[in-house]
Write a protein of this length. Structure first.
Length: 262
C-alpha cells in the first residue's frame, strides 16, 4: 500500500496582484492526505468575477493542480476566508519531502460602469464628446443609447468595448436637461447601466470686429467732426473751407402775366 508523507510541511505561497485586485492572507493546513488552503480575494470593483489558479513546486509550477475542489477555477467571487481542498494523495500518490504552492487570480468579468459624463456635465451641441466607461467583457460588442427622461432619443448601435466612444453631437439636437447614456451587453440586456444625468447646451457664438470696421468708424468720426480736432472753422480767415462755401441758386423769372402787363 502506498503511503503519503509530508516529512517537512513547509508551504510557500506567492500572492499575484492583477488589475488592482489581490490575494491575501494565504494559509494552509494538513488534514489527513488533503491540504486545506484558505485565502482572501480582494476585488477593485464590486461584482467582479475571477478565475483562480493553483500550482505546486512538485513539477516546478508548470501545471495547474487537478484534484482541487472549493473556491478554485472559473466564476469565483471576491471574499474573505475562501477555501480550497487539494487531494494530494490522489494527485501525487506516494510523496516525500517539502512542497510549496503558487496561487493567482485573473479578472474575467467586471460590471459595466460609466466614468463620464458626470452629474451635471454640459455637452455642447455640434461638438465631439468622449463617453467613457469600464468593465464588461472585452471581446464583446456593447450597445449605446441616448435617453431623455428615461425615453430613447438616439440608438447609437453596437460599439466596440474599448472603454470609450466619441459621440459627434448632431447640430440638430435641442438643448435641454435630464439626458443620460444607456450601455448594455446585448447578450445580457437585463444588466444595462445608466450614466449620470447631463445637459445639452448650444455652442456660444462669438462676434469678431475686424480692422476694417474700426477704420470705417474712425473715418465717419472725421467726417462728422471736421478735421480740426472738432473745432469751429473761422470762415472770415478761411473763406475757401468747404464748410464755409455757400451755393446760391437763382430761380428762373416767372412768366409775364397774360395780356402783357408788368
Amino acid at each position: 500500500m502506498n503511503k503519503f508523507y509530508f516529512l517537512s510541511f513547509g508551504l510557500l505561497f506567492i500572492s499575484v496582484h492583477l488589475n488592482a485586485q489581490s490575494i491575501k492572507n494565504v494559509q494552509a493546513s494538513l488534514s489527513g492526505s488533503n491540504v486545506i488552503i484558505s485565502y482572501d480575494l480582494i476585488a477593485s470593483d464590486e461584482g467582479q468575477k475571477f478565475e483562480v489558479f493553483i500550482k505546486s513546486s512538485q513539477d516546478g509550477f508548470s501545471n495547474l493542480l487537478k484534484e482541487v475542489t472549493g473556491d478554485v477555477g472559473s466564476n469565483q467571487s471576491a471574499g474573505i476566508g475562501k477555501k480550497v481542498t487539494w487531494n494530494a494523495r490522489k494527485e501525487l500518490g506516494s510523496f516525500k519531502g517539502d512542497i510549496s504552492f503558487e496561487i493567482s487570480a485573473t479578472v474575467t468579468f467586471t460590471p459595466l460602469k460609466f466614468v463620464q459624463p458626470t452629474t451635471g456635465s454640459g455637452i455642447k451641441i455640434g461638438k465631439a464628446y468622449m463617453v467613457e466607461w469600464k468593465g464588461g467583457t472585452l471581446d464583446r460588442n456593447l450597445k449605446l443609447e441616448l435617453l431623455k427622461n428615461n425615453s430613447q432619443v438616439i440608438d447609437m448601435g453596437n460599439i466596440d468595448n474599448t472603454g470609450s466612444y466619441t459621440w459627434n453631437v448632431p447640430k440638430t439636437m435641442e438643448k435641454g436637461e435630464n439626458f443620460q447614456f444607456k450601455l448594455l451587453d446585448p447578450t445580457n440586456p437585463n444588466e444595462a447601466v445608466l450614466s449620470a444625468e447631463f445637459n445639452l447646451k448650444k455652442t456660444p457664438m462669438l462676434l469678431y470686429i475686424g480692422a476694417g470696421v474700426v477704420v470705417a468708424g474712425v473715418a465717419a468720426a472725421v467726417l462728422l467732426g471736421g478735421d480740426n480736432g472738432g473745432g469751429t472753422v473761422d470762415c472770415t480767415t478761411n473763406p475757401t473751407d468747404p464748410s464755409c462755401t455757400t451755393t446760391t441758386t437763382e430761380l428762373p423769372a416767372p412768366p409775364p402775366p397774360p395780356g402783357g402787363g408788368n
